[in-house]
Design a protein around this ligand. Structure first.
Ligand code: FRU
Length: 733
């Protein structure tokens, strides 16, 4: 029952200790002077003691009775970074320097069992060796009935237990004069040294009667016993100190009468750990702790053995429990990790759900806002439509009245044309406003249906009006492309007189007209059926016949983005409606003017210039300019190839270029400022000039070679172009 409770308590302690995983881990260095069964027992007690404190880590070092090694070991423990040092000094003064160094570094030092000359230690724990020696002296006197001869085999010279046990032993025996110490032999706590030294002494003192040997520990006593046994004869009594449990321990040796008595020299490793923890945790502690113990004799050996065996069993049991608890703790740690992961996953899922929820909330909010905005917009439209009606009524009414007046009936064609545009459009606007109002009245939800939007679209009178060419033959030709006949009429009224005008009602038709007549400039709407203005403009700019024609886009689409689209389609200007007629006129004349930077095909080379005339080189590389260059190159090539033929006509050249005569004429004129006929003549003259300078042909021969029908006509043309007759060039050359 008790055992059960004990186990549960230990398990609980271990579990609790494991729970406090976050506590700081303490490293305790243990420096043992020797390696023997007494030290083994103490070390396992230290380990078990540490089980009760999960935050303790032990580091052991054993010096094997060497001062030098112990000094080194203490120094390296300190360097490893221990938090506390437990040390059993091999001798009193030999390792004091190492203890001082540890202490000076701020490391608490517990000296245990053997003393040191250093004052630099935090606490001392150990048995009273003087008292142990004294008690042994008293026992010996009693055991020998105050009469007897004894040998003392001492411990390591310079170690504090050896000194103190010796002093206590001598002190006790002083009161018993019948007890004679025949010899005090030096030992070093080990059995072989005691054996050797006793054997030597026996060899020198054979025949001496000895009643008792006091070995300062059980191993020394057993060594002495072996030496006596070797010699033979009646063995004296042997007493030792340590009284360890277990098979080779002093208690068994006393029970088996190998030793007469021993003294239990306490190890108490668990108590030592507790003292260390108290110091480390800043708890109160005893500076000097004296451990109490007892004598082992034949009378109590069996009982003590039973008890010590039980303790050993318990220790073993605790050890097993510890192993188990460690296993459980590991499982616990694994489960903790799993729980943590599970919780983290749940938390993430919750976050995700919250995120989704927020997203939907946000969407609903945006939807509500949009609905509200649309309603407000609709309200605004409704209001504006209503507001528009009043001024419109005030325009339409007086216009109707005006139409009835005599002045208007007598007005000229242009005035009445413009007047009817105004009336027609005012009427359309009124209809539009009415339709908008009707649509809104029938709308229960914001936004208009597609049927309602269709209903709002103004139906234009379908006009199939095509191109009209009128005006001065030499005036530049302008093509007006717009699906609204009134706009065309209005533009017409603005531009007539100064320009010859062509018209088309959509992009497709506009393209046909442009290709056929090659106008000098195009003004086009953007939003048109069949082909819109942007596509129309693009097509114009990518056709070799029309690519050079400047295009002005005239449109209600006023946003920057729309203008950008316009320029991207190749437009040369973008004018937004409503527009100022003056601005439009200025833009047209400006664009027409800037087209006059024309290409020089067969420039007038100097009379001394012997180089062959070449094509003007072009630095530009825009798509339109490349098209123009290609056109000019082709034209020039055809002219140069065919000019020798004096029957060559403009129709021939146009057919060769796969163009109509008008197309060729207008394209060539637009690009060079010259007519094809002029250019053909200049090409012939230029070639003639070249031949005059570089060959021996006669003037007549050259005239025929370059395609003039007669030398006299050649001479006339030559003089007109270069201001001299061909013969002059020959004479110079
Ligand atoms: C163990 C030991 C014991 C002895 C003690 C003296 O190392 O030798 O046998 O009683 O040390 O310090």
């Amino acid at each position: 029952m008790h055992k059960q409770k004990f186990c549960i308590t230990i398990l609980l302690i271990l579990l609790l200790a494991s729970c406090s995983q976050n506590e700081k881990k303490y490293r305790i260095g243990v420096s043992q002077c020797s390696d023997d069964i007494w030290r083994d027992k103490q070390n396992s007690e230290l380990i078990i003691g540490a089980y009760f404190h999960e935050n303790i880590e032990l580091r052991f070092a054993t010096a094997d009775d060497s001062d030098e090694r112990q000094v080194q070991q203490i120094d390296s423990l300190v360097n490893e970074g221990i938090d506390l040092l437990i040390v059993a000094p091999n001798q009193v003064s030999t390792i004091s320097s190492a203890i001082d160094r540890a202490y000076d570094k701020g490391i608490p030092v517990i000296v245990f069992e053997r003393k040191t000359s250093s004052k630099k230690y935090t606490a001392y724990m150990g048995a009273d060796n003087y008292e142990i020696g004294r008690l042994m002296g008293e026992y010996v006197a009693t055991r020998l009935n105050e009469h007897g001869r004894i040998i003392e085999v001492m411990g390591l010279e310079g170690s504090s237990p050896a000194i103190e046990r010796h002093n206590g032993f001598r002190e006790a025996l002083e009161a018993h004069p019948g007890i004679q110490i025949v010899a005090a032999l030096q030992g070093d706590w080990t059995e072989p040294t005691a054996y050797n030294n006793v054997k030597q002494w026996l060899a020198k003192n054979s025949g001496e009667k000895i009643d008792l040997v006091f070995g300062m520990n059980d191993r020394t006593a057993m060594g002495a016993r072996k030496a006596f046994a070797d010699v033979g004869g009646t063995l004296p009594l042997f007493c030792g100190i340590d009284g360890l449990p277990g098979e080779n321990g002093g208690i068994v040796q006393v029970r088996d009468s190998l030793l007469d008595a021993s003294y239990i020299y306490p190890t108490h490793g668990d108590q030592l750990i507790q003292l260390a923890v108290d110091i480390l945790e800043g708890k109160p502690y005893e500076k000097e702790t004296k451990l109490m113990s007892a004598l082992v004799t034949r009378e109590n050996a069996r009982v003590l053995l039973m008890e010590s065996d039980e303790i050993l069993r318990q220790s073993h049991y605790i050890d097993q429990l510890h192993q188990k608890a460690s296993g459980y703790l590991q499982q616990l740690a694994n489960q903790r990790t799993l729980t943590f992961l599970a919780l983290a996953t749940i938390a993430l899922l919750l976050l995700l759900l919250a995120g989704i929820y927020m997203y939907y909330l946000q969407r609903a909010r945006i939807h509500d806002e949009r609905t509200k905005m649309e309603r407000e917009q609709l309200d605004f439209y409704t209001q504006v439509s209503h507001e528009l009606r009043t001024p419109l009524t005030l325009i339409e009414g007086p216009l109707t009245q005006l139409a009835e007046t005599q002045d208007m009936k007598n007005a000229g064609e242009e005035t009445s044309g413009l007047f009817s545009i105004v009336r027609r459009n005012t009427h359309q606007l009124t209809q539009l406003i009415n339709k908008m109002l009707d649509a809104q009245v029938g709308t229960s939800t914001p936004g208009l249906s597609s049927e309602q939007i269709d209903a709002l679209t103004i139906t234009q009178p379908i006009t199939t009006e095509s191109e009209i060419i009128e005006g001065d033959e030499d005036a530049p030709t302008v093509l007006l492309v717009d699906d609204n006949a009134d706009i065309r009429a209005y533009l017409h009224s603005i531009l007539q007189g100064k320009y010859r005008l062509l018209e088309a009602e959509d992009g497709q038709h506009g393209l046909d007209v442009a290709r056929e007549h090659v106008p000098d400039l195009i003004v086009s709407d953007v939003m048109m059926p069949v082909m819109n203005g942007l596509e129309f403009c693009q097509q114009v700019k990518s056709d070799m016949i029309t690519s050079h024609i400047p295009v002005i886009l005239l449109t209600a689409r006023a946003l920057n983005q729309h203008q950008i689209e316009g320029y991207e389609s190749g437009a040369d200007a973008y004018i937004t409606k409503p527009f100022s007629p003056e601005l439009l006129k200025a833009r047209i004349s400006n664009l027409l003017h800037s087209r006059h930077q024309l290409k020089d095909l067969w420039g007038m080379p100097s009379v001394n210039d012997t180089s062959k005339p070449t094509m003007p080189t072009t630095q530009t590389s825009s798509a339109v300019e490349q098209l123009e260059d290609a056109f000019i190159s082709r034209f020039k090539k055809i002219v140069e190839e065919r000019m020798a033929n004096s029957d060559l006509s403009v129709e021939d050249l146009a057919a060769e270029m796969r163009l109509s005569r008008v197309q060729l004429y207008r394209k060539v004129k637009a690009l060079t400022g010259c007519t094809p006929v002029d250019l053909l003549r200049r090409a012939r003259l230029s070639q003639a000039q070249h031949l005059l300078v570089t060959t021996e042909y006669t003037v007549s021969e050259i005239a025929y070679q370059v395609g003039f029908s007669s030398p006299s006509y050649f001479t006339k043309c030559y003089k007109d172009e270069y201001g001299m007759v061909p013969g002059d060039v020959r004479n110079k050359a």
